[in-house]
Design a protein around this ligand. Structure first.
Ligand SMILES: NC(=O)c1ccc[n+]([C@@H]2O[C@H](COP(=O)([O-])OP(=O)(O)OC[C@H]3O[C@@H](n4cnc5c(N)ncnc54)[C@H](O)[C@@H]3O)[C@@H](O)[C@H]2O)c1
Length: 439
């Protein structure tokens, strides 16, 4: 067995701060409180319900992940966040309409106490929204400093030992990385000069990273994934990861596509369409925000199927993704997939998937797992991009010279092997010769 990392214990309170206190964030906060009160189980959470195999299959060692690695206890978590609307977490959760009314009623005293801090926001980056709970500042650097002050004050007021930030804000317009993102000096100059290529989410990411705080991005827009911020993260010892929570349709895509490829089945077309009626759907109705999401959703298949290696199977794949805002559905999305595949002798077949999912129900446990794993990484001295957390994302952030890994099962293996590595346990390769070796 290897030595493993030295990991500081998870002592004291952990503050989890979310820029954006809408459907995902409040479903996460309310859900964790419901679990703490014994009202519900933390279903969908790898840190809370997952087991990890250690050693040989015959060893029978399969502890719960949370008993294997030193994670923060749910009872030690304190919640906070920012939003452009001044609604408390209870009011926002009622509007989002994800959790049942009677559950929200029971949680009302707890959720009503969580009030959003004024946000850093500019309607140029999210066209469909406008709110009044917004900070004013001399320039973007002053706004970043205001976020840093918020964090320090939150930490003090709540007696927190450590803080993690998870972006649960709306999807911003599509921006490409330009010169201002390439170095920390250029980025800081851009903050002072109000450069238009610096979006609000980048200001939160910068503020967190400057304080050495871990940061995860749940939306598809660029925020911490900029060379400037990646350098800063290394310097300040801040683990960062992203982006775009892998939930409904893309989750299924990254389950199905590896299966087709493993069996060398061809795919000629994959048409995905969605109807959803929550605020996220409304924001994505704006073509500029949709473009950010589209890029994130489209990247998945190419990277899993590798058409350049398998031109006969995937070289002519037509992939289309649509999102339609349809208010009557609220958060209860419906995602249809029509998949045209072909097999032996080129014979065509079709698969239809109709997933009636609840977006925020799938996203909430991801917020919890990310916060707990990032806090673990921070205490283990890991900084910069945390690729082992790709499992949770549609567009995993990796260094520019690497292809991201999208296959859910490889991502899962990578995550578990990282935990084993951190704790000095043997890697599991699934070779399995040891069970048959007679020497
Ligand atoms: N639900 C899912 O399954 C899922 C999956 C992948 C990604 N996401 C992404 O997660 C994010 C949150 O989703 P949601 O369903 O909770 O959306 P939501 O619209 O309910 O909540 C987002 C909140 O962010 C706030 N906001 C926007 N800009 C802000 C800023 N600069 N600072 C502070 N607050 C700001 C909005 O006012 C809103 O209350 C979206 O970007 C969405 O695309 C969600």
């Amino acid at each position: 067995m290897a030595a493993g990392l030295t990991i500081k214990p998870a002592q004291g309170k952990l503050g989890i701060l979310t820029p954006g206190m809408g459907a995902v964030s409040t479903t996460f906060m309310g859900g964790v409180e419901a679990v703490r009160r014994g009202m519900r189980l933390p279903i969908g959470s790898l840190t809370q319900m997952g087991h990890i195999r250690l050693g040989k299959r015959t060893d029978n060692r399969q502890p719960l992940v949370r008993n294997f690695v030193p994670l923060a206890d749910l009872n030690d978590i304190v919640f906070g966040g920012w939003d452009i609307f001044a609604d408390s977490a209870h009011e926002a959760a009622v509007k989002a309409g994800v959790l049942e009314r009677h559950v929200l009623e029971e949680l009302r005293p707890f959720l009503s106490e969580i009030r959003p801090m004024p946000a850093v926001f500019d309607n140029y980056y999210v066209k469909k929204l406008d709110g009044t709970n917004v900070k004013k500042g001399r320039n973007k650097m002053a706004l970043a400093e205001a976020i840093m002050r918020d964090i320090e004050e939150f930490k003090k007021a709540n007696g927190c030992d450590r803080i993690v930030m998870v972006w649960c804000g709306s999807t911003e317009i599509f921006l490409t990385r330009t010169a201002v993102h390439q170095s920390l000096a250029a980025f800081e100059k851009g903050l002072t000069e109000n450069h238009p290529d610096i979006a609000p989410s980048m200001i939160y990411a910068y503020a967190a990273t400057r304080l050495g705080i871990p940061y995860a991005n749940g939306a598809p827009n660029h925020s911490a994934d900029l060379p400037a911020n990646e350098d800063l993260a290394k310097r300040e010892g801040s683990p960062i990861c992203g982006k775009d929570f892998k939930t409904g349709q893309t989750l299924l895509k990254t389950v199905l596509a590896p299966g087709f490829k493993a069996r060398l089945l061809g795919v000629s077309g994959w048409f995905s369409t969605n109807i959803l009626g929550n605020r996220d759907g409304e924001v994505l109705d704006d073509p500029e925000s949709f473009k950010t999401k589209e890029e994130s959703k489209l990247g998945v298949l190419d990277s899993i199927l590798q058409p350049e290696l398998y031109p006969d199977l995937y070289g002519n794949l037509y992939h289309k993704v649509r999102i339609n805002y349809y208010p009557p559905r609220g958060d209860n999305k419906e995602g249809w997939d029509n998949i045209d595949i072909f097999g032996w002798m080129g014979m065509p077949m079709q698969i239809k998937v109709d997933f009636l999912c609840r977006d925020s129900i799938l996203a909430a446990p991801i917020v919890l797992d990310l916060a707990l794993f990032l806090d673990l990484a921070k205490r283990a001295g890991m900084s910069g991009i945390q690729e082992w957390l790709s499992f949770f994302f549609k567009s995993p952030v990796v260094p520019d010279n690497l292809r991201p890994e999208h296959d859910l099962f490889i991502q899962h293996t990578k995550l578990k092997n990282t935990l084993r590595w951190m704790m000095g346990e043997d890697q599991i390769t699934h070779l399995g010769r040891e069970y048959y070796d007679e020497s």
